[in-house]
Ligand binder design. Sequence first.
Ligand code: ZN
Ligand code: FE
Length: 256
Amino acid sequence: MSKLEIHQIPVLNDNYLYLIKDPDSDAVGIVDPAVAEPVVEKLEELGWTLTHILNTHHHMDHTGANLELKEKTGCMVVGAGNDAERIPGIDLRLADGEMFDFGTQQAKIFEVPGHTTGHIAYWFEQSDALFCGDTLFALGCGRLFEGTPMQMWNSLRKFLDLPDETRVFCAHEYTESNAHFAMTIEPQNHDLRERFDLIQELRSQGKPTVPSLLGEEKATNPFLRPDSDHIKQTLGMPGADVVEVFAEIRARKDSF
Ligand code: ZN
Ligand code: FE
C-alpha cells in the first residue's frame, strides 16, 4: 500500500506545516496552516489542489489560514469536534477513536488534551505518520495552557502504544532547547547524549530535526519517561507516581 507524500513547510519563527497527498487519490491536505501564502506557492509548484485542512488545535499559529485557504480552494476543514467553536470554518468534527478517511488513507484520531482542551492527533498507520500538533515535540511536550499535568500525561501515554517506527510530525522546531533541558533531567541516558550531539550538529547546519521517530522519543524524551528511575533520582522523587514526576518535569521546563 502506498504511503502519504509529505512536504514539510517551515513558516514563521519555528512552525512546521505539512502538505500531504494520498498518492492513490486526489486527496491533498495541509496540517495546521498558520499562514496561506507558502501553502499556495507549494500547491502551485506541485500542481496539487487542496481538498482538506487538518487542524490539531485552535491556536492561531495552527488555524490562521483556515478561512483564506477554504475560500480559495473550497477545501474541507477538519478538526476537534469538542472544540469546534474555536476552529475557524470547521466542517468535519472528529472525536477520539474515530477513523478519518483521507482519500484511500485512514487516520485514527486521538483526543490529546493538555496544551488546549480540544487537541487531537492524526495517526496514519499505513504511512507511519503521526501529526500531533503541540502535544508531543521532539524531546519535549506542549505547554499546559488549558489542561492539567494528569490530562497531558494521559494524552502522551496514548502515543506509547504506537510503533517505534512512527514518524512524529510535530508542529514546532523546539528540539535544540528541548535537548538542553532533557540533559538536565536524565543526564545518565546514553541514547539521549547521542541524540543531543546529533541535534546540535543538525541545527548548526540549519537542518530540521523533525520528524523524529517515536522509538527515539520513547527512549530519550523526558516527558514520555516519568517512570524512569534515573529521572526520579535526578528530581529527588523516589517512589513518586508518574503523574507527580511528569508535573515536576513540566514545571521545571516552564522556568528553564
Ligand atoms: Zn499551540
Ligand atoms: Fe503552536
